[in-house]
Write a protein that binds this ligand. Structure first.
Ligand SMILES: Cc1ncc(COP(=O)(O)O)c(C=O)c1O
Length: 387
């Protein structure tokens, strides 16, 4: 059977080959240290599970409204007000099957053939393909380590054409851990407002910021920012709920309506009892978030200290998320080649930066136990010495 031109446009996942090789090595009994994880290694807090279990036991197993339970949409609106200084009505919130799904709905609802969507690199792996699926064209804006892997307002301005429809911002960032300051976002918003460019602001790592770093929601910067921005967030990273598949958008009313329609004809609402778990997450004890962040913070410090002592590689101290991006460009290997060799020679799995549109780098996740981190970094250090 022939596949559609749209499906043929998609790029195969570069992370998959490393992942399947690591799995095959483990199946052979080899001790592989994995730094590839894109999800917290903690369990979902008990009170959240209890919310879903109670829903199941009481027979809460039928269809819900497409955009999510009204009480969940309201709880999300309350959260956005309290945490992010954002005023949304429940009708502006659409709950979806993960932040990934929310991003895709948002792009489908606003972008089409002929549009360009600007994406600073290194970027989260799915954005360009989502843009292609919507028939639009991804335009990549490379960033530099010197600028902390952040796009400057002038980079944005220089990349703009009459076809530019949207900018995708992701702060805290996967894979770099960069967090944009209020001033940096203010300058970017000013450029966007001049040309009426929409902003998709993916804030899924909002709760994971370190030291005295502040997470600033793009839509909270100004009235113009609010009108131009679709805010994306979810439960996966903050509450260790990746498998629950729950995320959401907060958007201007007409965009939320369009996303609701798209969702109604594709996946419909997210799982009924999972939504009750999400409600428990928002309304319940927030201490588990702080505990997880504290543990991530310890690992972050340990990894950064060790990595920056290794000759010929460099890294910027990540301010958010749970990744550290390592610049390997001085070693003269492509990121894929480096990752392949590291895995086969040292039994350490990392994600090649080519997957994020930046071949100068590799990504290590610290969403794994400190013992594995220590052992993996010993091997990583020895491997780098051989190059
Ligand atoms: C930047 C970014 N956005 C969105 C997602 C997707 O999150 P979810 O599991 O809620 O779909 C991820 C997951 O890795 C991510 O890193």
């Amino acid at each position: 059977m022939e596949i559609s031109a749209r499906a043929a446009l998609l790029t195969p996942s570069l992370t998959l080959s490393i992942d399947s090789k690591a799995k095959a090595m483990r199946a052979e009994g080899l001790d592989v240290c994995g730094f590839g994880a894109g999800e917290p290694d903690f369990d979902t807090p008990d009170h959240i599970k209890a919310g879903a279990i109670q829903a199941l036991e009481s027979g809460f197993t039928k269809y819900t409204p497409t955009a999510g339970l009204p009480e969940l949409r309201q709880a999300i609106a309350d959260k956005l007000q309290a945490d992010n200084n954002l005023t949304y009505k429940a009708s502006q919130i659409v709950v979806s099957g993960g932040a990934k799904h929310a991003c895709y709905n948002a792009i489908l609802a606003t972008c089409q053939a002929g549009d360009e969507v600007l994406i600073p690199s290194p970027y989260w792996v799915s954005y360009p393909d989502m843009v292609r699926l919507a028939g639009a064209e991804p335009v990549i804006i490379p960033t530099t380590e010197r600028n902390g892997w952040k796009m400057r307002a002038e980079d944005f301005e220089n990349a703009m054409t009459p076809r530019t429809k949207m900018l995708i911002l992701n702060s805290p960032n996967n894979p770099s851990g960069a967090v944009y300051t209020r001033e940096e976002l203010g300058a970017i918003v000013e450029v966007a407002a001049e040309e009426d460019i929409n902003i998709l602001s993916d804030e899924i790592y909002e709760k994971l910021v370190y030291d005295d770093t502040e997470h600033v929601s793009v839509a909270s910067i100004s009235k113009e920012a609010y009108d131009l921005t679709i805010t994306i967030n979810g439960f996966s990273k903050a509450y260790a709920m990746t498998g629950w598949r729950l995320g959401y958008m907060a958007a201007p009313e007409n965009v939320a309506k369009a996303a609701d329609s798209i969702q109604s004809h594709s996946t419909s609402h997210p799982t009924s009892f999972a939504q009750r778990g999400a409600l428990a997450a928002l309304k319940g004890d927030q201490q588990p978030l702080a505990d997880m962040r504290e543990e991530f913070n310890l690992r972050r410090g340990y990894m950064y200290d060790r990595i920056t002592k290794i000759p010929n590689i460099t890294a910027v101290l990540p301010q958010g998320a749970f990744y550290i991006l390592v610049n390997i460009s001085q070693l003269g290997l492509s990121s894929q080649n480096f990752a392949d060799r590291l895995l086969s020679k040292a039994n350490v799995a990392v994600i090649p930066g080519a997957a994020f549109g930046d071949d100068r780098t590799i990504r290590l996740s610290y969403a794994t136990g400190i013992d594995i981190i220590k052992k993996g970094l010993d091997r990583f250090q020895d491997f780098c010495r051989t190059l």
